[in-house]
Ligand binder design. Structure first.
Ligand code: PTJ
Length: 252
């Protein structure tokens, strides 16, 4: 579809087109469309921009990733669709491992996602087929499958758009979790060590920028970070936006 550049929802409509293409290509699960729609709603409440609060969470995440011994990014259909180039760039600059980890797992989708990431320059992709040879305790066999050299033995896992059960099970294993989730109330957001409440398409380029700064020693070594406070402030931003819009309606 040809979307006019001056359409007020241009960016959002472009993403919808990409989501639709990825569904047709078998990258995205059908439920991935619902997840995207839920994300859009929270993004609307957030004002569709990276807040100062999210910016701080991104900085804290950059530091945690750079200090990790075995950092891994968990890739599902939605993020392979939306940010393939950025996943590969992140994996090179840190370096960090890429692991395909699907909620609606099929070998066919795993392979398609692997191929999509390879198209963007990825060389090693874990978690596909037999490589998912370990289990996360407490999860059923299909959803709990992970790679031994990847998520199973990781110390920091980046989980964009993660299901709550799996995030909680990873936390139980003692992992440090960095979530990227537009919903500050999700179980994933609440159980993570750092929750970036922002759209993954805005987060990834910013995270890459911060990691480069950290590596060049251009950002402070430590920042104090309290995830409860971070989530509380993110909710407050959404609440204030809603109040502002309510006032505007009242003025009409
Ligand atoms: O590809 P699969 O099989 O692994 O399936 C992936 C999905 C995302 C379908 C699966 O993990 C799922 O059902 O996730 P949930 O439980 O719907 O959670 C997705 C969360 O991501 C929700 O809280 C959404 O608000 C949030 N979200 C959606 N789109 C974005 C987002 N967060 C950040 N950026 C987005 N673009």
């Amino acid at each position: 579809m040809d979307i006019p550049k001056n359409h007020p929802k241009y960016e959002s409509l472009l993403l919808r087109e990409r989501i639709k293409e990825c569904l047709n290509e078998g990258i995205l699960s059908e439920v991935g469309m619902t997840a995207h729609g839920r994300g859009e709603t929270f993004d609307y409440f957030l004002g569709e921009k990276t807040t100062k609060v999210a910016d701080r969470a991104i900085k804290a995440a950059a530091i945690m990733i750079c200090r990790a011994k075995n950092p891994v990014i968990s890739v599902n259909g939605n993020i392979a669709c939306l940010v393939p180039k950025e996943i590969v760039e992140l994996s090179i600059i840190v370096p960090l491992k890429i692991e395909v980890n699907l909620f609606y797992r099929t070998l066919e989708r795993e392979i398609k996602i692997k191929k999509r990431l390879e198209k963007y320059g990825a060389t090693t992709i874990l978690g596909v087929g037999e490589n998912a040879n370990e289990s996360i305790p407490g999860l059923d066999s299909l959803r709990g499958k992970v790679s031994k050299e990847g998520i199973f033995n990781s110390d920091v896992v980046v989980v964009p758009l993660e299901d709550g059960d799996r995030a909680l099970a990873l936390k139980e294993m003692g992992k440090n979790i960095i979530a990227i989730d537009l919903n500050p109330l999700s179980r994933t957001s609440l159980c993570s060590d750092i929750t970036i409440v922002d759209n993954v398409v805005r987060v990834m380029p910013q995270l890459i920028k911060e990691i480069k700064k950290f590596k060049d020693k251009r950002i402070e070594e430590d920042i104090e970070f309290d995830n409860n406070e971070n989530i509380r402030k993110s909710i407050e931003i959404m609440k204030n936006n809603l109040i502002h819009w309510e006032e505007k309606v009242n003025e009409r």
